[in-house]
Design a binder for this molecule. Sequence first.
Ligand SMILES: [Zn+2]
Length: 246
Amino acid sequence: MALERLLKGFADFRLGYYREHLDLFERLAAEGQSPRILIVACADARVDPGILTQTKPGDIFTVRNVGAMVPPAQLPPDARHHGTSSAIEYAVRGLGVEHVVILGHALCGGIAALVDGKDGAFAGFDYLSTWTSIAQDVRDGVMRELQGRPREEIVRVVEQAAVVNSVGNLMTFPWIAERVKAGKLVLHAWWFNLTKGQLYALNAATAMFEPVFGVQLDAAVDKTTALSAITPDRFIAVVAGRKPAF
Ligand SMILES: [Zn+2]
């Protein structure tokens, strides 16, 4: 049943979208891809970046993993299989994207597993906890600073703080830091609330995620942003001091 839906969908795509965009597909096939934006998003089935942003084939280079996380750079690089880092490297060094967006989201199962830790339902899995431990310090910091606050609030703050953490980790890759400082690359920390259909972006000046309306792009991390402005600790400290608006 599930697969039949896919095949029916593909038939519809061939007869509809593909035909309507034949020129685009032919151009992309002949000239190759040249997306200007990399989006690192969660593997969650509800938050497809292409659908959320209504983009076309060729517009965005996408990496999806559990929790929309970016690990810190492994320096010097080792022989393990760095799936997310290699995709980011290809997008930044190979394709020369001008923007990197980290797109976290509400009700993230990966972040919930991280928050629940060894008491959680996925604690016995082979790879999940090692992967999400990218944001372990962030999780611990939120648990400490927001002690006593409702679990839902804690999970959401960890979701957002993990996005900030991933932006910070992006800057540990020398070829990303160089491009940001040269003004060739801008980083964005986004969080999508799927229950409200609202997108939020980190405002580095206030260390708060603020609703994005229209095409406002002020809330970005560029060459003018101090690295200290985008640390998870600063974000957590600001959130801890006030009632967050989600
Ligand atoms: Zn998720």
